[in-house]
Design a binder for this molecule. Structure first.
Ligand code: NDP
Ligand code: KPL
Length: 317
């Protein structure tokens, strides 16, 4: 691995880490854990021979064990859980095989209730929610491109020191947050706008340079902030404006949902805009823009294949 995108390795003793989900985030984090010197198993659904992580012109083969069958898994100290929210239940056999009461599961998913879902499945393990500020994409099976790495946020509780130590030397910054509810709604505010609008326009983050798209994004974020406040988050108009401005750091890359749309995979909108709609109903808050995004994203069908076949010979001059 090249130091340029995973800086020098950590000095902590090797610990066993299983990463569940060998896609964009899981692949990138498996690389980070290997760089930190840990013993890494990558638990995948669709097997591939090797993991390669790319960043700009750099390309690294990552020394991880790729495991495709949960019957070979044994309890480990750490699980990094990085499947899409709607695949959580399907990954239950991994969690069951990898976890005992000494295991800590870090849940790296968008949305606000991922950790809770995992906690219900392995109540004997320690579960830590993480907010992911990493922008990555799966170019093909086992090949992951890292576009932007601004680390992860976790609760500033008694597990925080251990998570910081795990990531020491990994190249992924870990920021403990005292008020994770507010931090989680800030991340959700970013996702309800960026994931939906890049997916519907089929454009990367540069779409937020367009004035009318910025207005729409602000509307989606304000609705989300109102629901977040009702749920106990402390959010202001300044947070909304700052979140919109933060889209410029991701400019050339897309979102996880845009990549799913382009690859004709299921879209994670129910845990983003859909969750805002569901919670808004509970609080009697109207969120028409999030309702519209949920309806539009739910109605999408596979992209039409371009008609590139040449005209029949009989119609050629
Ligand atoms: N990509 C990004 O930039 C960001 C993503 N996130 C969040 O991170 C989470 C993961 O997203 P991302 O990495 O993009 O998703 P990907 O679709 O790239 O990767 C998810 C992986 O999970 C695998 N998977 C699904 N079910 C199982 C199972 N039962 N056992 C093992 N593996 C399984 C999929 O396998 P298969 O190959 O068979 O489909 C896939 O490789 C999501 O919640 C997303 O919103 C957050 C911030 C940024
Ligand atoms: C990269 C980022 C932060 C963009 O909103 C993201 O969370 C995603 O793509 O799902």
């Amino acid at each position: 691995m090249t130091d340029a995108f995973f800086p020098l390795g950590g000095t902590r003793p090797r610990t066993s880490v299983a990463v569940v989900g060998g896609g964009a985030v899981g692949g990138m984090l498996a690389g980070a854990m290997a760089k930190a010197g840990h013993d890494v198993s990558l638990c995948v659904r669709s097997p591939f021979d090797e993991l390669v992580v790319m960043a700009g012109p750099l390309e690294e083969r990552i020394p991880v064990r790729i495991v495709a069958d949960a019957c070979y898994a044994r309890p480990v100290r750490w699980v990094l859980f990085a499947v899409k929210a709607f695949h959580t239940l399907g990954a239950k056999e991994w969690l069951t095989a990898l976890c005992d009461e000494d295991t800590t599961v870090v849940v790296l998913q968008n949305g606000i209730d991922g950790a809770e879902r995992v906690r219900r499945m392995v109540p004997y393990a320690t579960v830590v929610p993480a907010l992911v500020y990493i922008q990555a994409e799966r170019e093909s099976p086992g090949r992951v491109r890292l576009n932007y790495n601004n680390g992860i946020e976790i609760p500033a509780d008694r597990e925080a020191e251990r998570v910081l130590a795990l990531f020491d030397g990994s190249g992924v910054e870990v920021r403990p947050r005292r008020d994770l509810t507010t931090a989680a709604w800030l991340k959700l505010m970013l996702n309800v706008a960026t994931n939906s609008l890049t997916t519907l326009t089929l454009r990367p983050m540069e779409v937020f340079e367009e004035e009318r798209i910025r207005e729409l994004a602000l509307g989606l974020m304000r609705e989300t902030a109102a629901v977040g406040v009702a749920e106990g988050a402390r959010l202001t108009e300044e947070d909304v404006q700052r979140t919109l401005e933060s889209t410029s750091v991701f400019a050339t890359g897309g979102t996880s949902m845009l990549h799913d749309r382009l690859a004709d995979r299921p879209l994670e909108y129910e845990t983003l805009n859909g969750a805002v709609v569901a919670l808004a109903e509970r609080h009697g808050i109207d969120v028409p823009l999030n309702r519209a995004m949920t309806a539009l994203l739910g109605a999408l069908r596979p992209l039409p294949v371009a008609k590139t076949a040449p005209p029949k010979a009989s119609v050629l001059p």
